[in-house]
Design a protein around this ligand. Structure first.
Ligand code: ADP
Ligand code: 5GP
Length: 193
């Protein structure tokens, strides 16, 4: 009798997008505390680290030269240029994690989501909305990590991204933080059981 090799069930791929400042990072960190076996895909970026960001934890901070080399070597499952910086997701990380049965979470923009959906059409997509544009501006100002000019750029881009929210399977309005955490947790639970 030939024993078939037992293959683990493939993991789920969750994608979360939001206009910058909507509270995606805050939500993701809170949700991941409840789902400790879920893997967060640490993106590669050419952006400079913010004061509270650590290399290899929040992002892998790389030079433009290295990022571009990655493009020619097909290292990125998706990549995009956002506000003059490059951001990308490791193709190897996604494939290794999913094939070993791990659920993974990608925090990427709308352009990146479109690219991932081409290869992984079953991805569970979640879009986070701020309660209003006014609140979005206030959150960006409160975060105090970007200059006025960058905040204006982020607000213009926010409108463009929000116009594409319909391509996402789930939409969460991040008004009261505990409610939004509850909603995102409920989505994870639904697909993971
Ligand atoms: P993003 O990752 O989407 O750019 P952040 O998570 O950095 O956004 O949040 C932007 C700012 O808004 C941060 O200062 C954060 O503490 C604050 N924030 C996030 N969610 C809420 C919320 N529901 N209510 C009030 N402030 C929030
Ligand atoms: P920030 O500079 O505020 O951390 O991120 C700016 C934007 O880039 C956010 O919309 C974020 O989701 C997006 N982003 C972060 N990592 C990636 C990535 O690997 N790929 C893509 N396409 N977008 C990313």
């Amino acid at each position: 009798m030939i024993l078939k090799e037992m293959k683990p069930k493939r993991g789920h791929l969750f994608i979360i997008s939001a206009p910058s400042g909507a509270g995606k990072t805050t939500l993701v960190k809170a949700a991941l505390k409840q789902f400790t076996d879920m893997l967060y895909s640490i993106s590669y970026t050419t952006r400079k680290p913010r004061a509270d960001e650590r290399n290899g934890v929040d992002y892998h901070f790389v030079s433009k030269q290295d990022f571009k080399k990655g493009i020619t070597k097909d290292r990125w499952a998706e990549w995009a240029e956002v506000y003059g910086n490059y951001y990308g997701t490791s193709a190897e990380f996604i494939e290794k994690s999913l094939s070993s049965g791990c659920d993974i979470l990608l925090d990427i923009d709308v352009q990146g989501t479109l690219q991932i959906l081409k290869h992984y059409p079953d991805s569970v997509t979640i879009f986070i909305l701020p309660p209003s544009m006014n609140t979005l501006r206030k959150r960006l100002e409160m975060r105090a990590s970007d200059s006025k000019a960058v905040i204006e750029k982020r607000l213009v881009n926010a409108r463009k991204e929000m116009a594409q929210k319909k391509m996402y399977r789930h939409i969460i309005v991040n008004d009261k933080l505990p409610d939004a955490i509850e909603e995102i947790s409920a989505i994870f639970k639904k697909y993971r059981q």
